[in-house]
Design a protein around this ligand. Structure first.
Ligand code: SF4
Ligand code: SF4
Length: 471
């Protein structure tokens, strides 16, 4: 039976509740009065339930959808301004004992070379990432208790934080590894991770069991309840995501929001981020084999609706998506993008892009300098900020600040100062010129005169060689 507070996945992601929700949404998809009420509620910026949001997802009335898109853009602006946080994935190991049918790292794939970075290789990758200008990483590894035990992941985190090359530093390591025990989550927390990210892949249990036929990941409940264990282990920033294309998107959307509602109901804090991946081509994987693939239009609709349903949750898009798609989704709600990503193990030190060992094909293959310039050309401020995590503003402390809009007083100046560091240390002459003009234009938009003054002083100090200023 559906119970948002239950600790059993079958109850908080309840199949009957999702089916009832979809039937309700179908029955009301042209109910203008109800749709208007839901949109009015969304305008309060307090979010929507999975049922309300599902009605909007089913709705096909052009004027109502136009209102939804406009509201998503407005909420994006209200909460995130014109800032976009930048990160890069770092693949540590592609050894994996699971059989996920959509991923080239599945155990039975004999085409790809298996590789696990040594600590020296991790250090080299980190130096290459620092030399691009990255400050925030998401580490990724397959599940393999022999090759990638938790001790290996912890060693890698230590190595990453220890490398200080020139003016570079990785200031936040987010972790995307398989579901694990409370004790292991506690060890990750103690190692100083930022967000723990685990994609659900699909909330449809029957499909999940078929798509994960072998390996520990086959256990749907253990996987789905991982965020509860992570929070019990003290990690209070967790990141959700489904792999759109595996199952019917409307089912996934309802499941995703139910998961967010569950975390809020039980732990008092919803997901820190939601990622938006879609099934992509890769070695041994043909996306056409999955008949639930979604169009760019539906993808945009999902993005806008997640934005208005969970306004305080960061939204992430990767280089799986093309520049065009990324441009559209940035407006509708995305707050973080990856840049210059390599999705192979050791990819940042290799001259050529090693297509045969990538986890998925990268559509957006531009350099970080090009991504930074592209964002600024569209009026965004690329941000390398990691301040909240380092000031201890995580979990409910972060959410309280966010809900009271206080966070706005930190993000904008932090974005400008971290962008300036990037321009000083890593940018091409053209990007530097564009960026400096943008920073000068943006400083007067900081509400507090005092903060403006501090930012100007810190920018001078950055020119003289100091780094790492933050509010
Ligand atoms: S999705 Fe993750 S767990 Fe599954 S095969 Fe790929 S690396 Fe392994
Ligand atoms: S101040 Fe906090 S919320 Fe704002 S960009 Fe920095 S880390 Fe993110």
């Amino acid at each position: 039976m559906y119970d948002v507070k239950s600790m059993c996945a079958d109850d908080f992601i309840n199949d009957d509740e999702i089916r009832d929700t979809l039937a309700y949404a179908d029955a009301h998809k042209a109910d203008v009065e109800l749709i208007d009420q839901i949109i009015e509620k969304a305008k309060l910026r307090k979010g929507l339930t999975h049922r309300e949001a599902s009605v909007l997802l089913a709705c096909e009335l052009p004027d109502k959808l136009a209102e939804v898109y406009e509201l998503a853009e407005q909420i994006k602006l209200d909460f995130y301004g014109n800032r976009i946080v930048i990160f890069a994935p770092l693949y540590l190991s592609n050894y994996c004992v699971n059989g996920c049918v959509y991923c080239p790292y599945h155990m039975k794939n004999k085409h790809i070379a298996r590789k696990k970075l040594t600590q020296e290789e991790v250090a080299r990758e980190v130096i290459a990432l620092q030399d691009m200008g990255h400050k925030r990483l998401a580490i990724e590894a397959g599940e393999d208790p022999v090759n990638n035990p938790i001790e290996y992941i912890l060693d890698c985190i230590n190595t990453i934080y220890s490398i200080k090359h020139k003016n570079g530093a990785i200031r936040r390591v987010n972790v995307n590894i398989a579901a694990t025990t409370v004790e292991n989550y506690r060890r990750l927390k103690d190692a100083g991770i930022g967000t723990y990210i685990l994609f659900q892949e699909t909330y449809h249990k029957e499909s999940y069991l078929k798509l994960h036929p072998t390996g520990p990941k086959h256990d749907y409940n253990y996987h789905t309840e991982a965020m509860d264990r992570a929070m019990e282990g003290g990690i209070d920033d967790v990141g959700l995501g489904v792999l759109f294309g595996l199952e019917l998107y409307r089912y996934e959307f309802a499941g995703l929001l139910m998961h967010a509602e569950h975390l809020e109901a039980v732990h008092g804090v919803g997901p820190h981020t939601i990622s938006m991946p879609r099934v992509k081509h890769a070695d041994d994987i043909d996306p056409n084999a999955f008949d639930n693939s979604i169009s760019d239009e539906i993808f945009a609709k999902l993005c806008a609706l997640i934005r208005i349903a969970v306004p305080y949750t960061g939204m992430i898009i990767s280089t799986r998506e093309s520049q065009d798609v990324r441009e559209k989704l940035l407006r509708l709600g995305i707050s973080q993008v990856s840049g210059a990503s390599r999705t192979s193990v050791g990819g940042y030190c290799e001259e050529e892009r090693p297509h045969d060992t990538e986890q998925f094909d990268v559509s957006d293959q531009r350099t970080l300098d090009e991504v930074v310039c592209w964002l600024m050309d569209m009026g965004y401020i690329p941000s390398f900020c990691t301040a909240c995590y380092r000031e201890g503003r995580t979990g409910d402390r972060f959410m309280q600040l966010c809900k009271s809009k206080q966070i706005q007083n930190c993000c904008h100046p932090n974005a400008l100062m971290t962008l300036d560091e990037y321009l000083e240390d890593y940018a091409s002459p053209h990007t530097r010129e564009v960026g400096r003009a943008l920073i000068q234009k943006e400083i007067p938009t900081i509400p507090s005169q005092k903060v403006q003054q501090i930012v100007r002083e810190n920018l001078d100090k950055i020119k003289q060689g100091s780094r790492d200023f933050r509010f």
